[in-house]
Structures are given as structure tokens and as C-alpha cells.
Design a protein. Structure first.
Length: 201
């Protein structure tokens, strides 16, 4: 019953209450990023695969500028990530706009993170099971390493979550997420400010 009805019910109610409660923070961060991003805006949307691979537009705070080199190519992430953006990312504030995706039913509060569309054909049969449920703002892989673990380990954790989804597990992930946010752990990989691209197995 939890998986098929209550999870979605809790998602909607909690997301709605959270958006109302933290709206002043959203306004402040939006204005802050607008100026820090040098006119590039405070939000960005990107196509991501959801449940059963259905494509939707994920909403996030924009933590990088759109600065380019003399050839018109975007500068490396580490050069475009602003000090404000780094703070917003390290505190996970950049994920807050995804509460709108939760309200719409594109996402859940808890589930495997929605990754890039171009990764879809790269998953093996087992890894593809991460799309059997709605993607989440936080998830089992996020509280067990986030960007500091390998893609293979991340997918292993995602599939384990799908196979063991329950109210108690979701509650545990919520508690662990709060702890991780305060400790600011796993924000980056060892070689990147975010995560290296997935290139398949």
C-alpha cells in the first residue's frame, strides 16, 4: 500500500508544505544567484528520464555562469562554479526547486537521482531497474556517498533501493540526508566539482 498509494500521497503533502514554508529562502537564493551568475539566471531546466524512462524537465537552481572561451565553448565546470553556487550546492539548496517536480508527479522525495537522458542506452539490464520507480531528490546512493562513489556503486545502491523500497527505508534515508546536508559530505568526486560523465560499463 505504501509503494502504490501512500508514498505519492506523502510526497505531495510534504512538498506542498515545504514549498510554502521555505518560500522566503527560495526568494533570497533566487535573487542571490541572479547576480552571482552574471545575468545567466537563477534557474535551469534539463530533460531527465523519470519512471519507466519517461522524459521530464527537472528544475534546479543554477550554480554556474555561462562563461565561454574565445572559441565559444563553455569553460570547465570548476571555472564557472561561483562562490555563491558552491555554497548553494554544498548545502543542497540547489535541489529545492525540484519540490515543484514532486508536486507535478515527475519525481518523488526519495528515489534514485534522475540522470542524463544520454545515459539511457548505456545501462545494463540490472542498472535499468533504477527507472522502475520515480526518481528522487535524495536517495539511498546520495546518503551512501553521493558524487564521491563510482557509477557502478551508485547504480548498485539505486537498484538495491528499488528492490527494498519501504516506508522504514524512506524514513531512514530522510534522517541520513539531514545528517549529510549538515556535514556537507560527498558533494564532489575526487577529480571533479560534480561527477565525471558516465560512459557505460
Amino acid at each position: 500500500m505504501y509503494i502504490y498509494f501512500l508514498k505519492r500521497f506523502f510526497d505531495f503533502c510534504i512538498a506542498l508544505i515545504a514549498l510554502i514554508y521555505i518560500s522566503p529562502i527560495l526568494i533570497v537564493v533566487t535573487i542571490w544567484l541572479h547576480f552571482a551568475n552574471k545575468g545567466a539566471g537563477a534557474f535551469f531546466t534539463q530533460s531527465r528520464p523519470g519512471k519507466k524512462g519517461k522524459i521530464f524537465k527537472v528544475i534546479k537552481f543554477k550554480t554556474m555562469t555561462d562563461e565561454r572561451d574565445e572559441k565559444g565553448n563553455l569553460l570547465p565546470d570548476v571555472q564557472r562554479l561561483t562562490r555563491v553556487g558552491k555554497f548553494v550546492r554544498s548545502t543542497s539548496l540547489d535541489e529545492i526547486p525540484q519540490l515543484i517536480n514532486v508536486l507535478k508527479g515527475d519525481m518523488s522525495l526519495i528515489g534514485p537521482r534522475p540522470l542524463l537522458v544520454e545515459y539511457l542506452p548505456l545501462y545494463n539490464e540490472r542498472q535499468a531497474h533504477r527507472h522502475d520507480v520515480r526518481p528522487g531528490i535524495t536517495g539511498w546512493a546520495q546518503v551512501n556517498g553521493r558524487n564521491a562513489i563510482s557509477w557502478q556503486k551508485k547504480f548498485e545502491l539505486d537498484v538495491w533501493y528499488v528492490k527494498n523500497l519501504s516506508f522504514c527505508l524512506d524514513l531512514k534515508i530522510v534522517c541520513m540526508t539531514i545528517q549529510k546536508v549538515f556535514k556537507r559530505e560527498g558533494i564532489s568526486s575526487d577529480t571533479s566539482v560534480t561527477m565525471e560523465p558516465f560512459k557505460g560499463n
